[in-house]
Write a protein that binds this ligand. Structure first.
Ligand code: FAD
Length: 517
C-alpha cells in the first residue's frame, strides 16, 4: 500500500531518516517494520510557533517495494533538421532550445553577450570600475539575466506539471536535487553558471548551434513573414522561424521592431528602490528569536499592500545576499539582488516597488508607446548622475526617507561599488516616494522592527518587468502581424522570473513545431 502524509521535524533533525519513520508510523498507526521506504515530496518551513519546524510531506510505502518516478528527456539528433533561430540565451531561449531538441528541430541560438566565463570579466568591470559593457553584463550574456541571478525558482504559475519539468531539467543539468522538494527552491549565483554550461553542452551535443558576442541588429522580414536576422550589422542568419527571447532590458530590440512597424504595446510595470536590512534582524523577526538556529536558512519575507490605489510590494527578496549593479548601458544605474547557494552574507535585500501607470509618465507622452520606457530611463539616469556616474548608488536610511530628511550617516551595505548619501525623498518621482513612505509603516505592522534606522534604501530598482509587450496570438503564440515570429519570455511581456520565462520558452518551441508541421 502507498500513502501520503505530513510530519513536522525540528531543523536539527532534518537529516534524521529514522525519526521520519518513527513519526510516520505513529501518525499512520502502523508498525515501523511495515514501512519499506519513505520519499520526501515537499518540505517547507513553518515559523509561526515559538520554535520553527519543517513541515514535510512524505510518500510512504507500506509492505511494498518503492518505485521512483524517473523523469527522462528524449533529445534527438537535430543536426540536419529545420532551423529555428532563437535570439537570446536567457531561460526562455535555453529552455526553448532544449524543447526543440525533443521536438526534432534545430535550435540556432544567437546571443549578444559573452559566454559565462568571459562574462565574469565584464561583471568585475562593473563592480570595481563602474564600466558597463552594453552587450555583456548582469542581464546580457550566456544564460541571460538568469545566470548571475539569485536563482530563486518559485513562481506564481499554478501549472505544477510544467514547473516540475523545468526543475527536473535543471537537475538533469547539475542543479541539486533538493530544488524538487523545497517549497521555495533556490540555486544561487555561484552554482548557476555551471548549470548553464551543461545546458550549452546538451544543445551542442545534439546538433544545435550557439553564437556568442553576436548581437541581432536587424530583422529580415518579407511580406509580413520573418525570414531571419542580421547579426553584428553584417552576417545573415536564415531560419524557418524566429523565437525572440531578448529579455526586458533589450530596448534596442523594441526600437528595431518599431522601425519595422511591427506592433508593440505599452504595459504597466513597477519601480522603486532596493531595501537592505541586517539579515540578523530579518531572522529575528521571522523566526521569533534573537539568534537564528544554525540549522535554519537565512529568513526571507514577502510583503505587499495597497497605497492610494496602487500596489506596493517587495520584489526578488535575497536573504543573505548582496545588491548588484544590473545596468545594461553606460549612463544609467539599475539595481538588483543576488545570493550564493549558502545565502551567508550579513545582509537581506529586496526590491521595494510601486506599480506605475500612465498617470506617472504624462510628461513623456510625446514618446507614444515608449513613454513608460522613457520614464524608466529617466529614473535610472537620475540615480546614475547622483551616484557620481560610476555605478555608486544614492542611498538613505529609511527612517530619514519617511521623514523627508537627509541621513546624518549611512549604514553598512553589501553594494560593492559603494553608496552616496542622498535625499531620495526629493530625487525619486513623487508618486513613488509618497507610496513607499506610507507602505513602510504598513509593512512594520506585519513585520515588527522592519521600519528601523538600521535599514536603508538604494536607488533605483526599475526593471521589475518589461514596460513593453510584443503582442502575440493566444492560440498560435505567433506575433499578431508577422508570420514565423514568436515573441517569448520576459521581454515579450509574457513571463516574470526564471521558471516562468523557461515555461514560456518551452511553449514557444511547441508553437513553432506546430507552425512548421
Ligand atoms: C541580478 C538578478 C537577479 C535575479 N534573480 C532572480 C531570481 O532569484 N529568481 C527569478 O525567478 N528571477 C530572477 N531574476 C529575473 C530573471 O533572471 C529573469 O526573469 C529571466 O532571466 C528572464 O528570462 P528571459 O529568457 O525572458 O530573458 P533574459 O534572461 O533577460 O535573457 C535575454 C537574453 O537575450 C539576449 N539579447 C538581448 N538582445 C539581444 C540581441 N539584440 N541579440 C542577441 N541577443 C540579445 C541578452 O543578452 C540575454 O542573454 C533576476 C534578474 C537579475 C538581473
Amino acid at each position: 500500500m502507498i500513502k501520503e502524509t505530513e510530519i513536522s521535524i525540528f531543523p536539527n533533525k532534518l537529516e534524521d531518516r529514522a525519526l521520519y519513520k518513527k513519526l510516520v508510523s505513529k501518525k499512520l498507526k502502523i508498525n515501523i517494520g511495515e514501512i519499506t521506504s519513505l520519499q520526501v515530496l515537499r518540505r517547507s518551513i513553518d515559523a509561526r510557533g515559538k520554535f520553527p519546524q519543517y513541515n514535510i510531506k512524505v510518500k510512504v510505502f507500506i509492505n511494498e517495494f518503492a518505485t521512483e518516478e524517473k523523469v527522462s528527456f528524449s533529445f534527438k539528433d537535430v543536426s540536419k533538421s529545420k532551423k529555428v533561430i532563437i535570439v537570446g540565451s536567457g531561460p526562455a531561449g535555453l529552455f526553448a532550445a532544449l524543447k526543440l531538441l525533443e521536438l526534432g528541430l534545430k535550435p540556432v541560438i544567437i546571443e549578444r553577450g559573452s559566454d559565462v566565463q568571459k562574462r565574469r570579466h565584464d561583471l568585475k568591470a562593473i563592480q570595481q570600475d563602474g564600466i558597463v559593457n552594453p552587450n555583456s553584463n548582469y542581464c546580457f550574456g550566456e544564460g541571460g539575466a538568469g545566470t548571475y541571478s539569485d536563482g530563486k525558482l518559485y513562481t506564481r504559475s499554478t501549472k505544477r506539471g510544467n514547473v516540475k519539468r523545468i526543475l527536473n531539467l535543471l537537475v538533469e543539468h547539475g542543479a541539486k536535487k533538493e530544488i524538487l522538494i523545497d517549497a521555495h527552491p533556490h540555486i544561487g549565483s555561484n552554482k548557476l553558471p555551471k548549470v548553464i554550461l551543461e545546458m550549452r553542452d546538451t544543445i551542442l551535443k545534439y546538433g544545435g548551434e550557439i553564437y556568442f558576442d553576436s548581437k541581432v541588429t536587424d530583422l529580415i522580414v518579407n511580406n509580413s513573414e520573418i525570414k531571419g536576422v542580421i547579426v553584428n550589422e553584417s552576417t545573415e542568419f536564415i531560419g524557418d522561424s524566429v523565437i525572440l527571447a531578448t529579455g526586458h532590458s533589450a530596448r534596442d530590440i523594441y526600437y528595431l521592431l518599431n522601425k519595422h512597424k511591427i506592433k508593440l504595446e505599452a504595459k504597466p510595470f513597477a519601480m522603486g528602490v532596493r531595501i537592505e536590512h541586517p539579515q540578523q534582524l530579518i531572522d529575528s523577526i521571522q523566526y521569533n528569536s534573537s539568534k537564528r538556529n544554525e540549522f535554519l536558512p537565512a529568513a526571507e519575507y514577502s510583503l505587499a499592500c495597497q497605497v492610494d490605489n496602487r500596489g506596493v510590494y517587495s520584489f526578488c527578496m535575497c536573504p543573505g545576499g548582496i545588491i548588484i549593479p544590473a545596468s545594461t548601458e553606460p549612463g544609467e544605474l539599475v539595481l538588483n539582488g543576488m545570493s550564493t547557494s549558502q545565502r551567508n552574507s550579513q545582509f537581506a535585500n529586496a526590491g521595494l516597488v510601486v506599480s506605475v501607470t500612465e498617470e506617472d509618465w504624462q510628461h513623456q507622452l510625446e514618446h507614444g508607446i515608449f513613454a513608460g520606457l522613457e520614464f524608466q530611463k529617466e529614473v535610472e539616469k537620475i540615480a546614475f548622475e547622483v551616484g557620481n556616474g560610476n555605478q555608486q548608488a544614492p542611498a538613505q536610511r529609511i527612517t530619514d526617507f519617511v521623514n523627508n530628511r537627509i541621513s546624518k550617516s549611512l549604514t553598512d551595505t553589501s553594494y560593492i561599488p559603494g553608496v552616496i548619501n542622498s535625499p531620495l525623498h526629493e530625487l525619486l518621482p513623487n508618486g513613488i516616494v509618497t507610496r513607499l513612505q506610507k507602505s513602510l509603516h504598513q509593512f512594520n505592522k506585519r513585520m515588527k522592527g522592519y521600519y528601523t534606522e538600521e535599514a536603508q534604501i538604494l536607488a533605483a530598482e526599475t526593471r521589475t518587468s518589461s514596460p513593453i509587450r510584443i503582442p502575440r496570438d493566444k492560440e498560435t503564440l505567433m506575433h499578431i502581424g508577422v508570420n514565423g515570429l514568436f515573441p517569448s519570455g520576459e521581454g515579450a511581456g509574457y513571463a516574470g522570473g526564471i521558471v516562468s520565462a523557461a515555461i514560456d520558452g518551452e511553449r514557444s518551441a511547441e508553437a513553432v513545431a506546430k507552425y512548421l508541421m
